[in-house]
Design a protein around this ligand. Structure first.
Ligand code: PEP
Ligand code: MN
Length: 338
């Protein structure tokens, strides 16, 4: 529910309304604009009761219920685009953000080399998994803290922020120490305890779409993070599971404009996990930017044939370099920059 206070509302009116709402057991958030003050009421369960209690209080201009099941993630709640500042870079504004690197951190030498190459190509953030959620328990599971240390070294050398996945609640404080962005992977999009935990930390979160999740379920997961107090969430479309087998997943390109319509949160696309095949990554990356995505996450490896995970979908550095040049043109065509 959004309560708009009239221009003539006094401080005590605003305070009284806020207290009344809190008395009814709801959390509030106050937005004081130049002319008007707006009070956001979070998690309303008894709308009629709240409206009755507040609508005729001094200073109240109107009350607008948020009808969507996701509240704080909705455009009704926050009409302006959310822009997140991370390590000197903004996501959600005109500039396209590119996150690149290998699927997993494999060794220091290998990671630092890839980091320098993707930076030279124009990437803005480094990716890499230290904790790998693999479909098989027998596949490479990541280097753990050692992997995080290597990423921190790469940040020191390149100045690029690091995006890395946290797979369990117990690892959140550890990953917090090293990462610039918490990545929540597709397999954990429904892990509400993990979502709540990252919601209590002051660090941006990239929330990937679950492989069989609807857009509404995905936004409800974002809501879990936002409602714990962390406003810095961006979404990552990484393909959904369909009947098609020539690609690993099916990139739901329509999710980009749909999210833009429903939510103020930035949305990026991961064409690597969406296609599962390096042959298709560049086409999907360009399509994503053309469709209005705020950025991309792309897997790049020095020698994809020897990668410990996701080699088939990883771009070689020279192909990534070329892609970045092509993306500049696509970005320009849709009024963005890269
Ligand atoms: C990843 O980005 O490393 C990853 C595991 O992707 P997803 O969670 O989308 O499968
Ligand atoms: Mn991967």
């Amino acid at each position: 529910m959004i309560i708009t206070m009239s221009v003539s509302a006094e401080r005590k009116d605003i305070q009284n309304v806020k207290s009344k709402v809190e008395e009814l057991g709801y959390a509030t958030k106050l937005f004081q604009g130049e002319r008007k003050t707006v009070i956001h009421v979070i998690g309303v369960t008894e709308r009629e009761k709240l409206m009755k209690a507040v609508e005729s209080m001094p200073g109240v201009e109107n009350l607008v219920p948020i009808l969507r099941p996701f509240k704080m993630a909705s455009r009704e709640f926050h009409p302006e685009n959310t822009v997140i500042s991370i390590n000197g870079k903004k996501i959600g504004n005109k500039e396209i953000v590119v996150i690149a690197g290998p699927c997993a951190v494999e060794s220091e030498e290998n990671y630092l080399e890839i980091a320098e190459l993707v930076k030279a190509a124009g990437a803005n953030f480094l990716r890499g998994g230290a904790f790998k959620p693999r479909s098989s328990p027998y596949s490479f599971q990541g280097l753990g803290e050692k992997g995080l240390e290597i990423m921190a070294k790469a940040r020191e050398k390149t100045g690029l922020g690091i995006v890395t996945e946290v797979v369990s609640e117990v690892d959140v404080p550890l990953v917090f120490k090293y990462a610039d962005v918490f990545q929540i992977g597709a397999r954990n999009m429904h892990n509400f305890h993990l979502l709540k935990t990252v919601g209590r930390f002051n660090k941006p979160v990239m929330l990937k779409r679950g492989m069989s999740a609807t857009i509404e379920e995905w936004l409800m997961s974002a809501e879990y993070i936002l409602s714990e107090g962390n406003p810095n969430v961006f979404l990552c479309e990484r393909g959904i599971r369909t009947f098609e087998r020539y690609t690993r997943n099916t990139l739901d390109i329509s999710a980009v404009p749909v999210i833009d319509n429903l939510s103020h949160l930035p949305v990026i696309v991961d064409p690597s996990h969406a296609s599962g095949d390096s042959k298709y990554v560049c086409a999907l990356a360009k399509a994503a930017i053309a469709a209005g995505a705020d950025g991309l996450m792309v897997e790049v490896h020095i020698d994809p044939s020897r990668a410990l995970s996701d080699g088939k979908q990883s771009l070689k550095p020279d192909v990534f370099m070329e892609l970045m040049q092509d993306l500049k043109k696509v970005a320009q065509a849709v009024g963005r920059t890269l």
